[in-house]
Design a protein around this ligand. Sequence first.
Ligand code: T46
Length: 139
Amino acid sequence: MSSTNLISFEMLGDERGSLISLEQNKNIPFTIKRVYYLFDTNIETSRGYHAHYDLEQVAICLKGSVTFLLDDGQTKERVTLNSPDVGLHIKGLKWREMHDFSEDSVLIVLASDLYKESDYIRDYDTFLREVRNEDSPAQ
Ligand code: T46
């Protein structure tokens, strides 16, 4: 899956503890317009079930673990995040689901745009149609 990447963040810790710095257009590959985080997630819950037309995001599991399912319309990939020094970069038309949240999970997400419900595709068949349109060459 070419446009899904894991980013390793440099650990700047010392004997006092750990520190990671996130900087837009440096180790975060876009200008950050929004930050949100998921915590106190009901462990029986799965979230997501949508794609975005035009959004880049980096998701980092600061505590605990969560598994992303990413689907580009052809291939499905599962990625487990369980370390604060790894970010999952998601761009392009991708269906995403989040499963198996641990009880203590804290997931922070940096996003390239403000919240816009119009950017969401929340229906899987619509997502597949959009992917196929994107893949078919213009006439
Ligand atoms: C994504 C995955 C990884 C806002 O008002 N502002 C926001 O910035 C966000 C993210 C959500 N909301 C509202 C929209 C819904 O009424 O908060 C409610 C919960 O959002 P949603 O059901 O979309 O949450 P998730 O966890 O299914 O998805 C979120 C992001 O929305 C999405 O962009 O890629 O996390």
